[in-house]
Design a protein around this ligand. Structure first.
Ligand code: FAD
Length: 407
């Protein structure tokens, strides 16, 4: 019952981290409250994830990307943001950067399955299913966790990957900035008459947000965001009424719609932990940073944080240090905060503006989108991050041909 690392939560973050550390020769115990069948073959949970190129590469290195059937991977060729009923939009088109896509759409359950299959190939990962971690005790040399049934396990480092409402984070006294947006996101797949041309769209309508996330064929994940009470009404609608309402809200953009499967509701709460580590405990994935899904970055930040933490820990181990070496955990916290904090803050501000429908706010909404559209350097930085194109290449690609020859 003694391991090097105890990982609490076998979601994408916990599975990826366990595999990276197992590759470095660490003995890892991975605990999840769900039964084995649910982890082995997760059900579709309504989430279609927009994966950045950086995340795709990390999944590739882990050996997970090749396990996802290419038929279930859909490219995002371009993204457009609209305000209200305005035709003007903020456009992110990666073609200027020489890239054919901004990212890829992949269903969350397929990512989970691929990461589970990778973890199962590692002899030094022991997976405990139906194992809810109830308590964590952090001693000078070991961390001890206790399951619901009273069984205890010890390890040099405990890793909390147990959702944005992390019980381990709370019980270890790590405070978190929690922002309840008061809104609920309803997600569901739909088939549609007109093509989406693989353009992801975010429509900040005055009666609630609406996003089109393109899947293969004439199919998309339709994401609608409403104040919590209104969302209940939409969740209670029968399929025909819900489809009709979505069709009206899309204003004919995709033609006639039809539902593919059930819709699901996710209440929106953003979480940012004040610290990402303490003695013998580190937070990863949503337990560290739970993003609002509007910027499609929760998983992307989670997997990048996992790779970053594993990198610092491997360096510490190579220098003969403890796997819970504070220097390595501090370096992870510094890097991960620098990666996530600006977008986390921007998302909070953006959502308070784009859920406000007063006249001055409507003017500010339009002005903000227009300013972002004309401020090319800002778009270039974002595009370079998403497509992994070096910024100078991207800037050079925009120059007129004669200037490009001499630049
Ligand atoms: C509607 C929606 C759309 C999204 N779209 C995107 C997107 O386009 N792009 C993007 O990057 N991100 C997106 N996200 C965010 C992304 O889904 C999450 O960031 C990611 O799933 C978090 O992974 P995780 O491993 O940290 O946590 P989770 O997936 O929540 O997994 C946590 C695991 O811990 C287990 N657990 C919890 N408590 C315990 C305990 N006490 N003991 C044992 N096990 C425990 C749970 O059973 C679970 O398996 C979206 C989220 C939502 C809700």
């Amino acid at each position: 019952m003694d391991y090097d690392i105890l990982v609490i939560g076998a979601g994408p973050a916990g599975l990826a981290f366990a595999s990276l550390m197992a590759d470095a020769g660490q003995n890892v115990a991975l605990f999840d409250s769900q039964p084995k069948a649910a982890l082995q073959n997760p059900d579709f949970d309504g989430r279609d994830i927009a994966l950045s190129e950086k995340s795709r590469r990390i999944l590739d290195k882990l050996g997970a990307w090749s396990r996802i059937d290419p038929e279930h991977i859909a490219p995002i060729r371009c993204a457009k943001l609209h305000d209200g009923d305005s035709r003007a939009s903020l456009v992110f088109d990666p073609r200027a950067a020489g890239s054919d896509r901004l990212g890829n759409m992949v269903s969350n359950h397929l990512i989970r399955k691929a990461l589970y299959d990778v973890a199962k190939t590692k002899a030094n990962i022991t997976l405990y299913c139906e194992a809810r971690v109830n308590a964590l005790h952090r001693g000078a040399a070991r961390a001890t966790i206790t399951l619901d049934d009273g069984t205890e396990f010890t390890g040099a480092l405990a890793v909390a990957a147990d959702t944005r409402f992390s019980k381990i984070r709370q019980s270890s006294g790590i405070m978190a900035n929690m922002h309840d947006f008061g809104h609920t996101m309803i997600v569901g797949r739909m088939a549609h008459e007109k093509p989406h041309h693989h353009i992801a769209r975010e429509l900040f309508r005055y009666d609630g947000g609406l996003a089109i996330l393109p899947l293969n064929g004439n199919r998309a994940s339709i994401v609608q965001t409403f104040p919590a009470e209104t969302a209940k009404t939409y969740m209670n609608m029968n399929e025909a009424a819900y489809t009709q309402a979505a069709q009206c809200r899309l204003n004919g953009l995709l033609g006639t719609l039809s539902c593919e499967g059930e819709r699901r509701a996710y209440p929106l709460v953003g979480v940012f932990a004040q610290n990402f580590y303490t003695d013998r405990l580190v937070l990863i994935g949503d337990a560290a940073v739970g993003m609002h899904p509007v910027t499609a970055h929760g998983f992307n930040f989670g997997i990048q944080g996992v790779a970053n933490l594993a990198g610092h820990l491997l360096t510490a181990l190579a220098r003969g240090r403890d796997v819970a070496a504070p220097g390595a955990l501090r370096a992870y916290e510094r890097d991960h905060r620098a990666l996530c904090w600006p977008l986390y803050q921007m998302t909070e501000k953006m959502m308070s503006l784009y859920t406000n429908t007063t006249f001055p706010a409507r003017l500010a909404r339009k002005a903000a989108l227009h300013a972002a559209q004309v401020f090319q350097p800002g778009k270039d930085v974002l595009m370079a991050t998403l497509t992994r194109t070096p910024l100078p290449t991207l800037v050079r690609a925009k120059l007129p041909t004669p200037m490009r020859l001499f630049s």
